[in-house]
Design a protein around this ligand. Structure first.
Ligand SMILES: [Zn+2]
Length: 158
């Protein structure tokens, strides 16, 4: 398996609204990605520039801009590989530190405080919990475990 060079700093992205699934995956890998279905490509590009983000788009009209990564593929896995080829970062180091829906960093929470909000078998078997302050979703280490790691491995291999 080819090893990607790691960078300490993960680039910040803005994804157009055709790339919502890609945005969620990049967040699971730790990247800061904004995606807003109310904004069209041009509006998102303006916001990306204001916030110094790399724009990810499937909009052909934007492909000539120098600060845009145009993604031809329809499949999110191929899109993700294209992003990581252009902007390699260590996908394991920061994985699962950010809410995949809200794009905010997760905070560690005391185990007792989540007992009513997670399945009892999870509570019984897990020690460490994290929470999204925005949506309240609780994450635990086994939320993403082996299956997600395998998926990452598969994505990296092709
Ligand atoms: Zn959230």
């Amino acid at each position: 398996m080819e090893t990607l060079p790691a960078t300490d700093e993960i680039p910040r992205f803005a994804a157009d609204r055709m790339l919502a699934r890609l945005a969620r995956w990049l967040r699971l890998l730790g990247a800061d990605v904004i995606c807003d279905e109310r904004l069209d490509g041009a509006a998102m590009l303006r916001r990306a520039r204001v916030e110094h983000r790399v724009m990810l788009t499937r909009d052909k009209r934007l492909r000539t801009a120098s600060d845009v990564l145009y993604l031809e593929p329809d499949d999110f896995r191929a899109q993700l590989r294209a992003v990581l080829t252009r902007f390699p970062f260590n996908v394991y180091r920061h994985a699962f530190t950010r809410c995949s829906r809200c794009n905010v960093p997760l905070g560690r929470v005391a185990r007792e405080t989540v007992s009513a909000r997670v399945p009892s078998f999870v509570y019984a078997t897990q020690e460490n919990f994290a929470q999204c302050d925005r949506c309240g979703r609780v994450y635990w280490e086994a939320t993403h475990p082996a299956r997600a790691r395998r998926e990452i491995d598969r994505l990296m291999r092709r």
